[in-house]
Design a protein around this ligand. Structure first.
Ligand code: ARG
Length: 458
């Protein structure tokens, strides 16, 4: 028998029953649902809408249901559509009439809105801690590689010398913003929709401040239509997670490149790589590839909810039941990706010799050569042209800039002196880039300390 059977002359079609139900996926909101109901009942009692005896019975009933769900003793049914009606039906079965009074001055519309907000709010710190853990892995690896010279790239062409620490800390800094985006989302979502009713509030003398406070919100939402019908916080979360995954995906792409024989800058630990079913020699970076692949999924989750929301008039519409699966999927995906990605980086073997060897080819000290001449008085644009000529000469003669003799160098400018070799050494080129944010050890140390402080504050 459906809750609403009084108004209906027929039973729900079986296909509709299953089609309409959300219990298969919203069962995971059971804790929030019960927490919200406990607060609602307490408030109804305090405001004299229901009796204190009813509040006591509802509280004991809900607590026993919570315990039973957690011990796997409850079976939900699609006949009761969603988590909200499943819990209510269980409650009424256990405590009778008092259970039927719980839904006074409430609708599933404000109920689901408060449950979902609380769920998102609960998961954000979990993900923040995971990202912070990943950042501490990056800091640890960076500390060990502040003088490990590698080629920095633009257009995937060797560009200028950097350290491996500088490269890792670039990601660590991006992750700081991912964390603060998540924290911003948690801050903004922290207003309570409970008490919005179906859409238009209620005639009962409820106290929305009490339930808001009780459930850890900063305030009740100001407008009841807004309260039940926006999912912007879920979209903010999905946006923040999409950006986080975009960062991890770029990083994954680099890990994959670095593992290749063409680069061999790192080797993944055997425990974090996979083999091939046919090629005995293979060691594949599947973890990084999957993180890159799963990024598409999280983008899809964002697009799917944006699209669900774009055309629905105020206030609640059943379309909005489609909000949960993408959000759950994105959270699950991120919570799976971040720890395994961190562990993969924590255990990788860095191969500084190969980074250094790659840095040795590709004229990545050409800018430094031009800077050398500039510091000796040649205008930079001329120094740039002269160095370009040297690079062409090197190309024709199979040499690097630092392999040129002083005589060869002086053919293009008599400003070259013996000190040029020091200026062209890659260690020097990297180490001298001590401008704020640069790869010099003084600067990577500052960055590492700043990120460590950021992590410690979480
Ligand atoms: N299962 C529904 C959802 O997830 C709960 C709200 C249903 N409200 C309604 N008026 N049908 O959105």
């Amino acid at each position: 028998m459906k809750l609403w059977s009084g108004r209906f002359g027929k039973e729900t079609n079986e296909l509709v029953n299953d089609f309409n139900a959300s219990i298969q996926f919203d069962a995971r909101l059971y804790r929030e649902d019960i927490q919200g109901s406990l607060a609602h009942a307490r408030m109804l009692g305090d405001c004299g809408v229901i009796s204190k005896e009813d509040v006591a019975a509802i509280t004991a009933g809900l607590e026993s249901i919570l315990k039973d769900i957690e011990q796997g003793r409850v079976e939900f049914t699609a006949d009761n559509e969603d988590i909200h009606m499943n819990v209510e039906a269980l409650l009424t079965k256990r405590i009778g009439d008092a259970g039927k009074r719980l839904h006074t001055a409430r609708s599933r519309n404000d109920q689901v809105a408060v449950d979902f907000r609380m769920y998102v709010r609960r998961e954000i710190p979990v993900m923040v801690r995971q990202v912070a853990e990943l950042q501490s892995v990056l800091c640890r690896q960076a500390k060990a590689h502040q003088t490990t010279v590698m080629p920095g790239y633009t257009h995937l062409q060797r560009a200028q010398p950097i350290s491996f620490a500088q490269h890792l800390m670039a990601y660590a800094n991006m992750l700081c913003r991912d964390v603060t985006r998540l924290e911003d989302c948690a801050k903004r979502l922290n207003e309570c929709p409970l008490g919005s009713g179906a859409l238009a509030g209620t005639t009962y003398p409820i106290d929305r401040w009490e339930t808001a406070r009780d459930l850890g919100f900063d305030a009740p939402m100001s407008n009841s239509l807004d309260g039940v019908s926006d999912r912007d916080y879920a979209l903010e979360l999905l946006s923040a997670l999409s950006i986080l995954m975009m960062h991890l995906s770029r990083f994954s792409e680099e890990v994959i490149l670095w593992c290749s024989w063409e680069f061999k800058f790192i080797e993944l630990d055997d425990a974090y790589a996979t083999g091939s079913s046919i090629m005995p020699q293979k060691k594949n970076p599947d973890v990084a590839e999957l993180v890159r692949g799963k990024t598409g999924r999280v983008y899809g989750d964002l697009m799917s909810l944006l699209t669900v929301m774009k055309g629905i008039p105020l206030a609640y519409n059943k379309d909005m039941q489609e909000d949960k699966e993408p959000v759950f999927d994105a959270i699950d995906t991120v919570e799976m990706c971040v720890p395994v990605f961190a562990a993969m980086l924590d255990t990788m073997r860095v191969i500084p010799e190969n980074m250094r060897a790659a840095a040795g080819h590709g004229f990545i000290n050409a800018t430094d050569c031009a800077d050398y001449l500039t510091k000796k008085g040649m205008p930079f644009r001329d120094a740039y042209t002269v160095t370009g000529r040297l690079v062409a000469y090197c190309g024709q003669n199979g040499k690097t800039l630092e392999q040129l003799t002083l005589e060869e160098l002086r053919q293009v400018s008599d400003l070259f002196d013996g000190d040029v070799y020091q200026a062209l050494s890659l260690e020097e080129c990297m180490g001298q880039r001590s401008s704020y944010g640069g790869p010099a050890v003084s600067e990577t140390s500052r960055q590492i300390a700043a990120v460590e402080e950021f992590i410690a504050a979480r």
